[in-house]
Structure formats: C-alpha cells, structure tokens
Design a protein around this ligand. Structure first.
Ligand SMILES: *Cc1c(COP(=O)(O)O)cnc(C)c1O
Length: 497
C-alpha cells in the first residue's frame, strides 16, 4: 500500500506538462473540424506520467474488498463467486452487438435471452419471464405494475393496497410506493414468520397484492404460504414473490408451485455476476399462466427455428408498459447468468440450495454460544444474530463488523432486518470451502473473546485499514460527492464540490 498516494484524486497528482502517453501525429488537420465544435479553452485534464497513473489506479483497486479478495458473508446480498468463465463468455467479440441490429443478424443473442427465459421458468414454476428490468427493485416495480394492469384489465380499480411483511427488504415498500400503491405492514410472529392472524383483518377487496420473501430475511422458510396464498387469492389479490435470493430454493422448491402469481429474481445475486456499488444488475420478472400478456415488451419468442423480438402489446392494452428499460435488458448480465447455469448443469444446480443451507447452519450452530441467536432452529441460506451474548462490555454489532475487517473478512449485513436491535445477518453462500468457513468461525470466536477481555481493541477497530471509522451521520447529512477544480494563473486547486 502506497500511503502517500492513497486517497488523492488523480487531479491532485497532476503536474503541468507531465505526460503519460505518446501518440502519433494526427493525420487530421484542425480546420477539418467545424468551428462550432472546436474547444475555445483546453480541457482541464490531469497531467501525470504513466507510472503515477498505474500506481494510482492499482492502489485504488487494492483498497476494494471483493469476493475475489476474501470471504464476504453479506446477508441478503448473496455475494456469490462469479466464475471466470462468465467473464470470458461475456467478453467474446461475437456478443459485442448493436441493439438496433436486424433480428436476422443477432439470432445467437436472442437465443441466449430465450433460453434463459425458459430456464428461469423451469427453476421457478412460472409460465413466462421478461428479462428487461435492470435490478431487483426495478423487477419489483415491474411486477407490481404487471399486477396493477391485471386488476385494471378486469375493471377492478379499487385495489390500491400492497401488504408487506415487517421483515421485508426495504425495496418492497419502496417499490409499492413508487408504483402509486399504498403499503400496509403485516407483523411477524415470535417465530419470525408472517403472522396469519395479523394478516386476516388486512385483507379485503382493496388489496392488490401481498409481497413475500421466502425464505424471509431471517433465513426462515415461511411455513404458512399455502394458507396465506389461499386467503389472499380468496379476497381477489395476487401473491408476489421476492426471489432476489433464490439460492436456497434452487433445485428444491419452486415459487410457482407454492401459489405465487408474479415474482422477480436477481440474476446478480442468485445467478452469480459481481455486484455492489450500484450495478449493473438484472431483475427478471416471471408470471404464472394467464398473466403472460401483462408483461412488458419487447419480449423474445421462438417461431419454429427463428427467434423473434415481439414488440406489440398484444390483446391487452394495459400491460405493465411497452418498455421498462432500454431494449432487452442488461444483456451482459443475462449472458453471465446463462453461462453460470449451463456450466453448473441440471445436476449441480440442485446442490446449490442444500449446500447454501448447510453452510449457513454450520456457522450458526458453531457461533451461537458467543452470539445471541434470537430465533433458533434450522435456517435456510442465511440467519440473524442479535449481537454478542455478552453485552456487559458495551461492544456492539458495529464494533464486531469493524473488527472483522482487521482480520481480512468483509462484515456481514448489520442492523438489518430491523426486528432486532443488534442484527447481524450472515450468508456464506454455497461456494465456500469448509476451511474458509472454519477460518471465519475461528475469528468470530476470537472477537467475542476480545470483546470480553480487551473491549477497547474491538471498539476502536478497524486498526489495519487505510481509513478508520467514518462519521456516518455526517456522511449521510453532508455527503461530499463531487469536487471543484480551480485554475488560477496555471495553478490548480481542488476543493470539495
Ligand atoms: C437485494 C434485494 C432486493 C433488491 O435488489 P436490487 O438489485 O438491489 O434492487 C430485493 N429484495 C431482497 C430480498 C434483496 O436481497
């Protein structure tokens, strides 16, 4: 780590006249550019030698923690390993296509989309999928628009409520609100599952849908789904499944068989693909038989041996919309998901759920004497601790998360779900070896011991990262996301924007 360079902008490393390139003389003459398009002032670009540029970006890349660096047990986010073959396939020049190319010249790319649609149907029990939405939350919005269109097509316009469990991912209520629907919260019972008795009085002819995550964000399988689906369907609502994290169900169970009508999956979680930092993602939406026409267009269909992009709205003029994104979605992510599924094959896909479940339970059982486990029993792919068992020393979940960084582990998801004050949500994924998981368990035990014997070392962590603790409140209230460059008589100055 070159500490001198750390944290500086490339502009701050700039010196007038330094160059990191040597280009051949341009064959074009200045006057070939129309006057109106020419700069009147030189662009303000950093002037650095090549070595400074290389070190600057290499040092930055090494300050990032990714799943390629180490164990990343970030619950609900499924930081699954992204196999290198995905990148090789996504980089093939044959897939470097223009979205407006004629169909006959992109049959291979359309086949990629079609085959993934078919595979997602097979894995989830849905009748059809659109690959257009570009994130999980975008899928939720698309799915809810699909549901609203279905109700409107029957002239049923008073359905404005969406029921969302209190343990749901924050995007669920947010998507419902963005869709113009009213969010109604249903409580969890003492077992961490949707409370059916709390649900019953919320049902009526104004309910558009109920959104559920299963396993829920506590990693628990919702055992009452058949009953909940019956109740919601009886009042005329539809069942929405948040399948962002489908890992534990892969090859084991299908939302379509449980009574769900509409769902999304996150390709950038369940089906590999690196994510974080806001993208790129893909959140395909699936529907059960009878709702296919309400999915947005365009859509890839197969006609004999030829793939075809369907653009017309069909019989139903109330689809979720002709477009929810540009063209046919985030193609490179779709391609990675197909590669991932094909490289696993049918047999190995079936092992994803059981292995993800085994790994999570192994960690949970190994650590429950040191970390408070509010809900005992079997979990699926993830589980939640409520901080340390020993709270007498005042060591919090945040402290433990920061101390993990010193030991080279990414922190779990913390303070979510909101059901427990000191929530720590751990998801190892199916990828990790026993040695890696044992290493994590060992370090978690060690931090628990430190918290008791030498609490200050945990409370003041991290000690070994380039930046210690940041002021979360200041960062949220006064984020500094841009900078201004001031040029004064050839001298440059950088100020926060
Ligand atoms: C990640 C996640 C989402 C949202 O997905 P984005 O791609 O981040 O928009 C929704 N629900 C659950 C349960 C998730 O884990």
């Amino acid at each position: 780590m070159n500490n001198k360079l750390y944290g500086k902008l490339i502009f701050e490393l700039s010196h007038p006249g330094r160059k990191g390139y040597s280009l051949p003389k341009s064959p074009f003459k200045h006057h070939e550019l129309p006057m109106a398009l020419r700069r009147t002032k030189a662009a303000v670009l950093p002037e650095c030698d090549e070595m400074t540029v290389v070190r600057h970006y290499t040092n930055h890349s090494e300050n990032n923690f990714g799943v390629d660096n180490g164990f990343y047990p970030l619950g609900s986010c499924t930081m699954k390993y992204n196999p290198v073959i995905n990148e090789e396939i996504a980089a093939l020049p044959e897939f470097n296509l223009h979205p407006l190319q004629p169909e006959s010249t992109v049959q291979g790319a359309l086949e990629v989309e079609y085959r993934l649609q078919q595979m997602l149907c097979a894995l989830t029990g849905m009748a059809d999928f659109t690959l257009n939405p570009c994130a999980g939350a975008h899928g939720e919005l698309t799915g809810l628009m699909t549901i609203r269109s279905y109700h409107q097509s029957r002239g049923d316009t008073k359905r404005t409520k969406v029921i969302v469990p209190d343990s749901a991912h924050g995007t669920n209520p947010a998507s419902a609100a963005v869709c113009g629907l009213e969010v109604v919260e249903v409580k969890s019972n003492a077992d961490g599952l949707v409370d059916v008795e709390d649900l019953k009085p919320l049902l009526g002819d104004d309910v558009a849908a109920m959104m559920m995550t299963n396993p829920n964000t506590l990693g628990l399988f919702e055992r009452e789904i058949p009953e909940i689906a019956r109740l919601v369907h009886d009042c005329g609502g539809l069942m929405y499944y948040d399948g962002a994290n489908l890992n534990p169900l892969l090859g084991v169970a299908r939302p379509g068989d449980m009574g769900f009508d509409v769902m999304h999956v996150n390709l950038h979680k369940t089906f590999s693909t690196p994510h974080g930092g806001g993208g790129p993602g893909s959140g395909p939406v699936g529907v059960r038989k009878g709702l296919e026409n309400f999915l947005p267009k365009p859509h890839v269909v197969k006609d004999g041996l030829v793939y075809h992009v369907e653009n017309n709205l069909g019989d139903c003029c109330e689809t979720a919309g002709n477009h929810v994104g540009a063209f046919l979605g985030n193609f490179a992510i779709i391609l990675r998901a197909l590669t991932y599924l094909l490289s696993l094959g049918k047999e190995n896909v079936k092992r994803v759920g059981p292995l993800a479940t085994l790994n999570a339970n192994y960690i949970k059982e190994s650590l429950k004497d040191d970390y408070e486990l509010p809900i005992t029993g079997l979990c699926k792919h993830e589980f939640v601790f409520n901080g340390l068992c020993d709270k007498t020393m005042g060591v919090t979940t945040l402290d433990v998360a920061k101390r993990l960084l010193d030991y080279g582990y990414h922190a779990p998801t913390i303070y979510f779900p909101l059901l427990f004050h000191e929530a720590m949500m751990i998801e190892p994924t199916e990828n990790e070896s026993k040695e890696t998981i044992d290493g994590f368990i060992h370090v978690m035990h060690r931090i628990a011991r430190e918290a008791h014997e030498n609490p200050d070392v945990v409370k003041s962590a991290p000690h070994d990262t380039p930046i210690g603790r940041v002021d979360d409140v200041e960062a949220a209230r006064h984020p500094v996301l841009t900078f201004r460059q001031i040029t004064n008589n050839g001298e440059r100055k950088i100020e926060n924007g």
